[in-house]
Design a binder for this molecule. Structure first.
Ligand SMILES: CC(C)(COP(=O)(O)OP(=O)(O)OC[C@H]1O[C@@H](n2cnc3c(N)ncnc32)[C@H](O)[C@@H]1OP(=O)(O)O)[C@@H](O)C(=O)NCCC(=O)NCCS
Length: 168
């Protein structure tokens, strides 16, 4: 873990920085069809900011990753390609778990082998496999579910900071 990486709730003006991470990460995912322009992806992220709980990772005060949750859904988890493999995703996922109600679920493309390994190593279980006919990309995907251990140890360290800072 890079000691200069930290996580915190996103600030309203950070949609542009988050959209830049989103676009850069998706451009690197070679199996994904390119369905939207960068401008459209920016508008999509602005809409997410209005309805989802966003946690950002920053490195030297630069936003380098984010997680977006809504209810028990982890809808988005992206780290800028230049920062992958340095612990940002691990920290963002831990933060998402810490602010959850003890359950998280998400969709992951079958071909996204790195992300699948990442989630499976962090307690997520595959519970549903699709043929891709229900997602925009038309790619088979997997629904993963994580349930908090009964003793609450996973959330104890991160939750106070994240929850306190999200309060108005
Ligand atoms: C999947 C993703 C979110 C993971 O984030 P990440 O920041 O790369 O993940 P981490 O660095 O926390 O951990 C990934 C691996 O790197 C290793 N790692 C962590 N710190 C490291 C370091 N300093 N140096 C090298 N490796 C490191 C971890 O051990 C981990 O390996 P493991 O899964 O075998 O345990 C990221 O790769 C990504 O954004 N991918 C593209 C978007 C995507 O697929 N999102 C998921 C959609 S469902």
């Amino acid at each position: 873990m890079d000691a200069n990486i930290s996580i915190r709730p996103a600030r309203p003006h950070e949609a542009v920085a988050v959209a830049a991470v989103f676009s850069a990460a998706r451009e690197q995912m070679g199996f994904l069809p390119r369905l939207h322009s960068r401008d459209e992806e920016h508008d999509f992220i602005c809409a997410i900011f209005r309805r989802e709980q966003i946690i950002v990772a920053e490195w030297n005060r630069t936003v380098c990753g984010f997680a977006a949750c809504h209810g028990d859904w982890l809808n988005h988890l992206y780290v800028h390609p230049d920062m992958q493999g340095r612990g940002c995703g691990d920290l963002l996922l831990a933060g998402s778990k810490a602010t959850s109600q003890g359950v998280l679920q998400l969709w992951c493309f079958v071909r996204n082998t790195r992300a699948r390994k990442f989630y499976e190593c962090r307690g997520f279980t595959a519970v549903e496999f699709t043929d891709g006919s229900r997602n925009a990309e038309g790619l088979p995907d997997i629904r993963y579910v994580w349930r908090a251990p009964p003793d609450g140890t996973l959330t104890a360290r991160l939750r106070p900071a994240l929850v306190r800072r999200q309060s108005p």
